[in-house]
Design a protein around this ligand. Structure first.
Ligand code: F6P
Length: 539
């Protein structure tokens, strides 16, 4: 990263470390308003961060020194900023307005985007209205999505998030793990003649997905009395690899394509969102895309000091690089968003888990943090203790909604009371003097004191709709982008995943070979493989 600009920030951080949130709030009655911004249905209150107006100005100068705007424009205009794969990065085109051209290698990609969306919509309508029938003439009642990583986490998380907009008669299942238990337990819940399998894989070569897809196909054919022609009405594909889809036995008429300029972890608004569209309807899917689009436009055009993704990106850098925070937590106070942390783990950690810069040199700074989280209030009864009183700094995003989809008694008020109370407690803690005023026995005062000063963002929307949901996901995408640019790393490749994949293929042969393999790993791996073979009675 740009160390010259960062040094200015670092000098101001040293000043901030001499104060705390109690003092900062006491000094400035207008602090909440000063550090609150809105966009695309979301309000971000970032006043409970360890910042001053001066520090924010320096952080923004740091973003300018890193030429962030130039890179934003480069991404939106289709430049090949994914240099190590020689690809454009255009997930934003997926939710662009059809009439706004986006060029890749001089060709407008928007007609193709529209064509796939139209085909997805027609297909979804057919399934939802019962025009598309299974092989024996029955309506589809179960959807089983088979994919992993970006071909699973996005559609699975979004289907759950927008469940209240779903057609509940269509049961949605997601199989990702190559562990046969995942597939077996799912198949126990569905009936073959009413099941549609969606095989999602950008490459259509991923071991886990292809293994699950082949086993699902075998199961279906067996259930259909050995009639392989049943596959046509029960399998569709989402992929960029038409040849492999055909090889698998799915007619490319029933394939929904996307493009190499859509990264797996950014692919939810592409055909990868097909299960979501089937569940919530094409109309609601379009609303989700509108939400994405609004946040995209905001990111592209808003000045940095009003720009939600830029501000959140800079705050993340502040703690990661200025306070040595190793992790950050995402805490959605909405059960529908329970899978959001898992989704964001791939988005953030696969994107910014890098240790060489854009020139191939070792980075000169810490890069992507460890992301984790859990739906509130469950986390409060599990790990919040460490955030409040542990020795580590864990910056956290609190995400909540003013309205609930499920008004029962005072549940929602209680949920939101916890939501607001936690960020207050984290920021301001409880002093020893306050404990004593409450007659806490002297011996217990150190244990009941909360030092506070734990930074949080509060993200609040009126309600969880396809629009606010789309905007939220785009917000995190662009936050991750902002950080990758300013750390001077490439956020759109994932070479680190390859080594494990290659080794697993080799080990698989050694686990399954008829003859005892001659093992040439380290002594630990050798003995583990030998033990496994022995338990299974292999030589
Ligand atoms: O985990 C590595 C990865 O390549 C991800 O980036 C991707 O989302 C996932 O595997 C699945 O890949 P595919 O969609 O090609 O099956």
């Amino acid at each position: 990263m740009n160390l010259e600009a960062w040094n200015e920030v670092a000098a101001e951080i040293a000043e901030i470390k001499k104060t705390n949130l109690r003092e900062l709030f006491a000094e400035d009655p207008a602090r909440a308003g000063r550090f609150t911004v809105e966009a695309a249905g979301w309000t971000l209150d970032y006043s409970k961060n360890l910042i001053t107006p001066k520090l924010m100005k320096l952080l923004i100068a740091f973003a300018e020194a890193g030429e962030l705007q130039k890179w934003i424009d480069a991404m939106f205009s289709g430049e090949k900023i994914n240099e190590t794969e020689n690809r454009a990065v255009l997930h934003t085109a997926l939710r662009n307005k059809p009439e706004r051209p986006v060029l890749v290698d001089g060709k407008d990609v928007m007609p193709g985007v529209k064509e796939v969306l139209d085909r997805m919509a027609a297909f979804s309508d057919n399934v939802r209205t019962g025009k598309w029938l299974g092989h024996t003439g029955k309506r589809i009642k179960y959807i089983v999505n088979i994919g992993i990583g970006g071909s699973d986490l996005g559609p699975c998380m979004a289907t759950m998030a927008l469940k209240n907009f779903s057609r509940r008669s269509l049961a949605m299942h997601f199989v990702s793990n190559v562990d046969s238990t995942h597939l077996a337990e799912t198949l126990r819940q569905v009936k073959a003649d009413q099941t549609l399998f969606i095989i999602e894989s950008k490459t259509f070569t991923t071991q886990e997905t292809m293994t699950n897809a082949e086993s699902a196909r075998d199961w279906l054919v067996k259930q259909m009395g050995g009639d392989a022609s049943a596959v046509a009405k029960h399998f569709v594909a989402v992929s960029t690899n038409a040849e492999k889809v055909r090889e698998f036995g799915i007619d490319t008429e029933n394939m929904f394509g996307f493009w190499d300029w859509v990264g797996g972890r950014y692919s939810l608004p592409s055909a990868v969102g097909l299960p979501v569209m089937l569940s919530i309807s094409p109309r609601n899917f379009q609303k989700m895309l509108r939400g994405y689009y609004k946040m995209d436009r905001h990111f592209q055009t808003a000045p940095f000091n009003r720009n939600l993704p830029v501000i959140m990106g800079l705050l993340g850098i502040l703690y990661n690089n200025g306070f040595d925070a190793q992790t950050y937590a995402v805490l959605p106070y909405d059960q529908y968003l329970a899978r959001l942390p898992a989704y964001l783990q791939q988005l953030d950690m696969e994107s910014n888990g890098k240790s060489v810069d854009r020139d191939g040199n070792p980075v000169n700074c810490q890069t992507g943090p460890v992301l984790w989280g859990e739906a509130g209030t469950n986390g409060q009864h599990a790990f919040y203790q460490l955030i409040h009183q542990g020795t580590k700094m864990v910056p956290a995003d609190f995400i909540g909604f003013c309205k609930t989809h499920n008004p029962i008694g005072d549940h929602h008020d209680k949920l939101m009371a916890n939501f607001f109370a936690q960020t207050e407690a984290l920021a301001f803690g409880k002093t020893a003097a306050e404990c004593r005023r409450e007659s806490v026995p002297e011996k217990l005062v150190p244990h009941k004191t909360f030092k506070g000063n734990h930074p949080t963002n509060t993200l609040l929307a009126d309600d969880l709709t396809p629009e606010t949901f789309g905007a939220l996901i785009a917000l995190y995408e662009h936050k991750v982008f902002t950080q990758g640019i300013l750390w001077n790393i490439f956020s759109f490749d994932q070479w680190g995943v390859q080594l494990g994949k290659v080794l697993a293929t080799k080990v698989l042969d050694e686990l399954t070979s008829e003859a005892a393999p001659s093992l040439a790993h380290d002594s630990s791996t050798n003995s583990l493989i030998t033990h496994y073979r022995a338990v299974l009675g292999r030589k």
